[in-house]
Write a protein that binds this ligand. Structure first.
Ligand code: NAP
Length: 252
């Protein structure tokens, strides 16, 4: 089944983790992928893996928290591919700390990379999507949006993604643009491995403890987020908009 034949997808933060898995999934189903990450060199590894499997992709280096850089990158993507149809706002970072000692700079950086980036990319993308009266925007929220100790900055940004998603669905719906979000729980990626290291644990032990707290008794894999992003970006979800879908192994 090729749900994305002739579709152009932009996936941010796609050098590794959930973004790379999403780029692979969309490419496997026929989309051409603009692989965006901070460094074009690191994005190139995802591009090489996609093209080795017969897919189509190009690498772009862009700090998605910088509006000017996003504008220039999307202009280049449209020059290279002709247009874009799907935007996956995936780039994200954590700077965890208890609130009373959270530096303002970490608050600002996390909000900029996790939330303002989605404003930047979605606003620039909608110029093209509204013109063609077709588009899909899927953004990465998180279970942490419901509150998570040590993540006031990240939780606020990811809750912001849910509000942005609900509002863009209202404003862009008349242009045949679906806007949705996914909110993963614990997914085994370099991000959660770095969290484990920061708290003095190894990745395996950290995952084991997370699995114990999860009804399905395991952590998630990037491909299990990518498949849901692909669903929301496809015509299988053509009447779904403004939603945030939790992908967290049954945890409440
Ligand atoms: P990851 O492994 O850390 O990958 C994130 C990617 O985004 C990295 O390649 C990173 O590049 C890139 N990036 C960071 N800042 C950027 C910027 N300003 N501009 C462009 N690219 C940038 O993270 P992940 O675990 O796959 O997470 C992907 C998304 O899912 C994030 O939004 C995250 O918050 C969300 N999420 C993850 C989990 C989880 O458990 N893993 C759970 C819920 C939500 P560098 O490596 O060069 O910094």
């Amino acid at each position: 089944m090729s749900r994305f034949t002739d579709k152009i997808a932009v996936v941010t933060g796609a050098a590794q983790g959930i973004g790379a898995a999403t780029a692979h999934r969309l490419a496997e189903e026929g989309a051409a992928i603009a692989v965006v990450d901070l460094s074009a060199d690191r994005a190139q590894a995802t591009v090489d893996a996609i093209t080795a499997r017969g897919g189509k992709a190009r690498a772009y280096g862009c700090d998605v928290s910088d509006y000017g850089a996003v504008e220039a990158t999307f202009e280049q993507i449209v020059a290279d591919f002709g247009t874009l149809h799907i935007l996956v706002n995936n780039a994200g970072i954590t700077r965890d700390n208890l609130f009373f000692k959270m530096p303002k700079s970490d608050w600002d950086t996390v909000l900029a990379v996790n939330l303002t980036s989605a404003y930047n990319c979605s606003q620039v993308a909608q110029r093209y999507l509204t013109r063609q009266r077709y588009g899909k925007i899927v953004s990465l929220s998180s279970r942490s949006a419901l509150g998570n100790r040590g993540q006031a900055n990240y939780a606020a940004a990811k809750a912001g993604i849910q509000g942005l998603t609900a509002t863009l669905a209202i404003e862009l719906g008349p242009f045949n643009i679906n806007v949705n979000a996914v909110a993963p729980g614990y997914i085994a990626t370099p991000m959660t491995a770095a969290t484990a290291e920061r708290v003095g644990s190894d990745a395996e032990e950290h995952q084991r403890l997370a699995a114990e707290r999860t009804p399905l008794r395991r952590v998630g894999q990037p491909e299990e987020v990518a498949s849901v992003v692909a669903f929301l970006a496809s015509e299988d979800a053509s009447y779904v908009s403004g939603q945030t879908l939790y992908i967290n192994g049954g945890a409440r």
